[in-house]
Design a protein around this ligand. Structure first.
Ligand code: ADP
Ligand code: MG
Length: 938
């Protein structure tokens, strides 16, 4: 740029400069040109250009552009500008006044001072620069540039401000729109009726709910524009305020506050409870411009309240213990009364406990993980646990749980059901069932059930084994098929299925069953099947048969016993008379032989009655020392007759007597029973060997059945059919027999066994099928001499006497014989045929009576009573009982044992005379037998 002449140069040059300044794009460049040009014009060293912007005075251009110079002058310049622009002395006023005051030129645009130019130093122009027209013109141009620049700056700042405002507004509008949408959604979606009125209470807006219920009578009409009374009138509230002036909407407008009111809407089928809220919508002035009215139907809330109270009731009254637990801390936050009852904790201690406390530590250890998982999943599947009550008592409970919202707090709801009693009952039931099952399974019967089609549904019991069936084996099979061959069974089954109870006995093979069938009815009473119990009565039947047999035997025995008794009387008479005859007849007399024959025959007869009595077991038990050899020898004849001709009898006896202490009749019975069995085993003939021997057993230690000692052994051996081992194992059982009905009683060997045992001996058997049988009877041997008995004694002892005796006997033959025998011995005899007569005879007799000889069984009064009475009348009188029947202590009850004796009929005269003498002398063995075992005979 060309230098500007410092003098008043031609106008063009400066016009050119001013044009350039004005057309310069950059404000800074334009102002810098201006400052330099002014320095030339004003011949100044330093020029500065300030612009006032608001309260600021901004340095815009500087010449020369040297910071050091600027620093030296700026403060002074600013002070000058402040003064010029009427801004008062600036902060640098003092400093300014210190130096030389600069020249100033105001920058004026549109009549306003917008800044100033300061000039300083240099040679200085002639006069003040402000007076130079050129300088003033230049300053005017610079003011224009600065003003334009300032304006530009201001407007762009303004624009930026506007843009900011706009953005903010936009955002707010968006927020508002969102809020509006929310509000609209809430209001429209809500099932409440919502409308807005203006201050005149005219409806201006409604939500969808109200819009869809147009005012009545105006189908398709709108609420808009109607008074809000139109809505209220539908509510038909008896308590509704009569005028609009007091209605909630009006009140809300008046009070500028929210007003609530409850209505009943009764023009529906069921009355509805409505809740109206009127909310004033305030304008910018804070006054209500509109009212928002909301009508809610609270009827459902009522229902809700009701159901809530129902739930509360359930919670309070539940039979389950309900415990709400905070899952994280496991703290109990709520518990129902049942929980308190179950645990024994009062309400205040239960709440606050932790779940762990409700279990014993060991139980908690087992459950902790399970609870934890349940809480995490929000569902606790039921399981059983032991709950510990406050007193330490444990009870069994099932617990289950779910997640539950308790007033906004998420808790685990645990329900405990006490099953202690249930489990106890279940266990008891199981036990009972098990007991029943074992009873059924072990019952010696068959229990079964059949359905209506005849299919077995149950078959149990030990009795099945007898049919070769396993329990349950026939279940599923048809009874009609299984027992098609037993029409009787099927007939009963059909009967029971038709509803009848049946009891019947059925034979299946060798086994007999008694079967009881009972229909099983459904709830309607119609038979749906049957149950049955079959009892194996084979054994019972056999026992019944045996009992019948035994009764028969008993009857026969009685008969035989009775016959033998009477027969003994006759035999005694025959023997007695025979003996009397023989005594009178000389041995050479021809009749002596006949008397002897009578005598022998009578003896045989006596033997037979003895057998009869043994058979009827009414024999007299009189154990005494006897010689077995002799007993067997005397039995030989009898045995021979017993076994018949087709069997050979071999009797082997030792050379010296073998003594045992036993009842002779019993020993005979043993031998005879064994012999009869042997005969039965040898149907086609054979050999029966009876051997008597003696043995000294060393004995096996511990063998109580065969004690050591001396024995007499009677062996009875046959060559018959023999026995299987199973048979041998049972032969001594009473009633065990293999013989046909009517042939065997099964009592033979059991009698043998009993007798031998009673004599402290034992029996051994050896047998094999087809190889014959050998029975060995071991009897303890005694070394005593054979005892003397009335029938056996023989020695010549004194039998004569002169005493007076009373003889009572109902059998006249015997009485006559006895009287004669007694008279022969020198005695005086009074006679009577029964007890009554005897007493009369005794009463009639003045002299002494030494002895009563009486039969036991007599008509009118027996010997027992007679003896008793007579002994009472005549103390010291001796008694001799005679009987063919039995020596029963009972008959002699009340009779002094010391003075009474017993004589078994029949007897020989010698024995009789001896017994009479012994009784009179008191030397006879007393009738009571101290050394005998209890009488076995009946
Ligand atoms: P019963 O003779 O009435 O059958 P027992 O008690 O006398 O009764 O005998 C029982 C069973 O013992 C007989 O049925 C028979 O089977 C068997 N028994 C006894 N003795 C003999 C024997 N000597 N030989 C073969 N079997 C015998
Ligand atoms: Mg027999």
């Amino acid at each position: 740029m060309a230098d500007v002449p410092r003098t008043n140069a031609p106008d063009e040059a400066y016009s050119h400069l001013i044009d350039r300044i004005l057309s310069e794009d950059s404000v800074e460049v334009a102002l810098a040109h201006g400052a330099r040009a002014l320095a030339q014009i004003g011949a100044a060293d330093v020029v500065a250009l300030f612009i006032i912007e608001g309260s600021e005075c901004v340095l815009q251009a500087w010449h020369p552009p040297d910071p050091e110079i600027r620093e030296r002058h700026e403060v002074r310049f600013r002070a000058a500008v402040d003064v010029l622009c009427g801004r008062g002395p600036g902060p640098g006023a003092d400093a300014a006044s210190a130096g030389e005051a600069p020249q100033t030129l105001p920058l004026v645009a549109a009549g306003r001072t917008i800044g100033a130019i300061c000039l300083s130093g240099g040679a200085g122009a002639p006069g003040r620069v402000a007076d130079l027209p050129l300088a003033r013109r230049l300053a005017g141009a610079l003011a224009c540039v600065a003003a334009a620049h300032r304006e530009r700056c201001r407007s762009s700042a303004m624009q930026r401000e506007y843009e900011r405002w706009f953005k903010k507004l936009d955002e707010q509008v968006r927020v508002l729109e969102r809020e509006r949408q929310k509000f609209s959604a809430i209001v429209h979606q809500s099932d409440s009726e919502v409308f807005v009125t203006d201050p005149a209470q005219l409806i201006r807006w409604t939500n969808n709910v109200l819009a869809s219920n147009p005012p009545s009578g105006h189908e398709g009409a709108s609420w808009i524009g109607l008074g809000c009374r139109a809505v209220c009138s539908r509510l038909d509230d008896p308590e509704a305020p009569p005028e609009c002036g007091t209605c909630p909407v009006a009140q809300s407008l008046k009070k500028n506050a929210v007003v609530h009111h409850e209505f009943m809407r009764s023009n529906h089928d069921e009355p509805r409870m409505l809740y109206l809220s009127a909310l004033p919508i305030k304008g910018p002035d804070g006054l209500p411009h509109e009212v928002l009215v909301m009508i809610q139907d609270l009827s459902d809330l009522k229902v809700l309240r009701r159901s809530e109270s129902r739930y509360r009731l359930l919670f309070e009254r539940s039979a389950k213990a309900i415990v709400m637990v905070e899952p994280a801390s496991r703290r109990v936050v709520l518990a129902n009364p049942m929980a308190r009852r179950m645990t024994g904790h009062p309400a205040d201690t239960l709440v606050g406990l932790i779940l762990d406390d409700l279990h014993a530590p060991a139980e908690w250890a087992r459950l902790a993980e399970r609870y934890g998982r349940g809480f995490a999943e929000g569902n606790l599947a039921p399981f059983e646990c032991r709950v510990r009550a406050r007193d330490g008592e444990e009870l069994l409970a099932t617990v289950s749980g779910t997640r539950y919202d308790l007033d906004g707090q998420e808790v685990a709801m645990l329900e405990f059901q006490d099953v202690t009693e249930t489990r106890r009952v279940e266990q008891a039931l199981r036990d009972a069932e098990e007991r029943l099952r074992s009873v059924v399974a072990n019952a010696p019967v068959i229990l079964f059930a059949v359905d209506e089609t005849g299919i077995f549904t149950l078959s149990e019991g030990q009795g099945l084994a007898t049919l070769g069936l396993a329990p349950g084996e026939v279940v599923g099979r048809s009874v009609f098929e299984m027992y098609a061959d037993h029409p009787g069974i099927l007939e009963n089954i059909r009967g029971a299925l038709a509803g009848e109870e049946r009891i019947d006995t059925v034979d299946l093979g060798l086994i007999s069953f008694e079967t009881w069938l009972s229909p099983l009815r459904g709830p309607d009473g119609v038979p749906r099947g049957l149950i049955g119990v079959s009892t194996d009565i084979t054994q019972r039947r056999r026992l019944e048969d045996q009992l019948r047999q035994a009764q028969k035997m008993e009857a026969i025995g009685c008969l035989a016993g009775g016959v033998a008794h009477d027969f003994n009387n006759l035999l005694a008479a025959i023997m007695g008379h025979g003996e009397l005859m023989m005594r009178r007849l000389d041995a050479s007399h021809p009749l002596h032989r006949h008397a002897e024959a009578i005598q022998k025959a009578a003896t045989r007869g006596a033997m037979l009655t003895r057998q009869l009595l043994a058979f009827s077991r009414k024999e007299v038990l009189a154990p005494r020392v006897l010689d077995v050899h002799l007993a067997v020898a005397e039995l030989e004849e009898m045995l021979r007759r017993l076994i018949g001709e087709h069997i050979e009898l071999v009797i082997v006896l030792g050379d010296r007597p073998l003594h045992v202490r036993a009842d002779r009749g019993q020993i005979e019975q043993v031998i005879m029973n064994l012999a009869v069995n042997a005969r039965d085993a040898m149907g086609g003939g054979g050999v029966l060997t009876i051997e008597v021997a003696h043995v000294d057993l060393a004995g096996t230690p511990g063998d109580k059945a065969r004690p050591a000692g001396p024995y007499v052994v009677v062996s009875v051996t046959d060559t018959g059919c023999g026995m299987e081992a199973v048979t041998v194992s049972r032969i001594f059982e009473p009633f065990f027999t293999t013989k046909d009905q009517g042939k065997g009683t099964g009592l033979g060997l059991s009698t043998v066994y009993g007798i031998v045992e009673q004599s402290h001996g034992y029996v051994e058997v050896e047998s094999a099928p087809g190889a014959g049988t050998s029975f060995k009877v071991f009897l303890p041997r005694v070394d005593e001499a054979v005892g003397v008995s009335g029938t056996e004694g023989t020695g010549p002892i004194a039998t004569r006497g002169s005493e007076t005796m009373l003889l009572a006997e109902d059998e006249p033959a015997l009485r006559a014989m006895a009287r004669e025998a007694l008279q022969n011995e020198g005695y005086t005899v009074l006679e009577a045929s029964n007890g009554v007569e005897a007493l009369a005879a005794a009463a009639a007799h003045r002299g002494p009576l030494h002895l009563l000889i009486t039969d036991v069984v007599m008509p009118q009064m027996g010997g027992g009573e007679l003896a008793q009475r007579l002994q009472a009348e005549r103390p010291g009188i001796k008694v001799l009982f005679m009987s063919g029947y039995t020596d029963d202590a009972v008959i002699r009850q009340g009779v002094s044992e010391a003075t009474s004796t017993f004589l078994q009929k029949p007897f020989t005269i010698a024995a009789f005379a001896r017994k009479v003498r012994e009784t009179l002398d008191g030397s006879a063995t007393p009738a009571a037998r101290e050394d005998s075992p209890p009488a076995r005979a009946a």
